[in-house]
Design a protein around this ligand. Sequence first.
Ligand code: G3D
Ligand code: MG
Length: 182
Amino acid sequence: MSSSYDYLFKIVVLGEGAVGKTAIVTRFSHGFFRTDYKTTIGSQFAVKNIETPSMHGNRLTVKLQIWDVAGQSRFQILRPMYYRGSSGGLLVYDVSRRRTFIVLEEWLDELRKAIGKDIPLVLVANKTDLPDRVVAPSEGREFADAHGMPYVESSAKTGEGILDVFEQLATTLVHNRESASD
Ligand code: G3D
Ligand code: MG
């Protein structure tokens, strides 16, 4: 495996405890789903390369350093230091728990306060495999539209949508970087 890449981006994964942040990162970076991982303590990161088209159509290799930040309120004081230097992020909720959707705005505020600007985010509606879904796709899409972010449905359990989440973010980040340097 080659270690060369065209761009390196730090990505933060935000959302309430147990929405599936660690499962999404594990599924993407290792390609499997485990049900026995421990609640994330503090923070941990995974690194994974992804292929992305440039604005001019050629393939670029993008290295993503993905920070899986603990969502529990007791880690709130620690989180801002993990946010610093992030180029983009995933804002994750669990479609089977409305509370995780209602608090999305608070996650946005926390991120903005920590880094002092807006960065590209993807809204991730996770656990779509569950039968007891309570947050409709239209609600997620409306929130995403209102905040100018793409909306992707995912299941870390089946793997549906996971690659799409990271491809969308990587493509946005590359295009922003390319536009800025033109
Ligand atoms: P977090 O990192 O956001 O806190 P985790 O969340 O990734 O630890 O996931 C919390 C629980 O939800 C875990 O269950 C995990 O297996 C489950 N989960 C994560 N993503 C999905 C999904 O897409 N579908 C389903 N059905 N479950 C998911 P446990 O039981 O291990 O606590
Ligand atoms: Mg976790």
